[in-house]
Design a protein. Sequence first.
Length: 363
Amino acid sequence: MEIMEIAALFKKTYAGKKVFVTGHTGFKGSWLTYLLHMLGAEVKGYALAPENSYDLYYLLGLDTSMHSVIADLRDEEKLKKEILDFKPDYVFHLAAQPLVRLSYDIPVETFTVNAIGTANVLQSIRALSGKCTVICITTDKVYENKEWIYPYRENDRLGGYDPYSASKACTEIVINSFRQSFFNTADYNTHTKAIAAARAGNVIGGGDWSKDRIIPDIVRALQKSAPIPVRNPVAVRPWQHVLEPLAGYLLLGHYLNEDPIKYSEAYNFGPQLEDTLTVEELVTLAIKEWGSGSIDYPKQDKALHEAGLLKLDINKAISGLNWKPQWNAATAISKTIQWYKEPLETAKQITESQIKDYLTWNE
């Protein structure tokens, strides 16, 4: 399917529909929420408050342009009330503790937010009457990483070394348990709820200010004309622009709504296999796009474990959803650095411009 056809499909699918987004104040959640607004959806968000006044949520004006609920995913009764009051057609569950290194500091909170928080979302959906299509977003790090050259497929074994990765593997088990126990496809006509999981990671794009993420670290260093610290220069990741998996989630939502029995499964979203880059290669391209900069290789004393090699097999999404990456890694890095080079006052305009560019938007 050509991207222009997908853009038209998105408008047809989501215009006038009620879409509940958890994690709408975060980086990916803000991009998704703004994209849904552009498509004509009625969006209600549920998430913790953003940490900074310059977070994308505020820069895009989402705090004043949508029904935004600032609350904790672990508050089961509050979450249930907000979902039941809204009666969504679609739910995109993104809310999570998303940082690997932070998970070493707050392991119990990471497991609680990611696994139990997801159980709270799905338990709330059980109480809904009527049809609902649910996409639960996890991560590419749900797989038991053997550091091999083979890309991971959706049926490969789940696992996780660090608390974040393990918590997301637990989240996938929660999703599958609810699907089998309460949203079984054999009984779809009775419960009318469809649940799918989307696995994507190493997403880059404008508006991410998180600690210990490569692009924010690069930008902070470049803005201060300081060397860019690179912890693991040879690590390989499936880098992709944020619009790539978001388009995949929306496409999965469309197909899941059309054929809930066939598409109630897990799907990987990532770059083409040959398009993966090392951390050092990504930083070098970012410096080139910025126009200046240098790399620092700090000594790692008792460094926390992070995966060195990770690749995803995306053939299921390509063949089953007619989805494919539109921007290669070099383009994704270029678009991302271009976003950060613009004044924050123009964040809304450049975000909208990049969405239209990605979707070859026709008004």
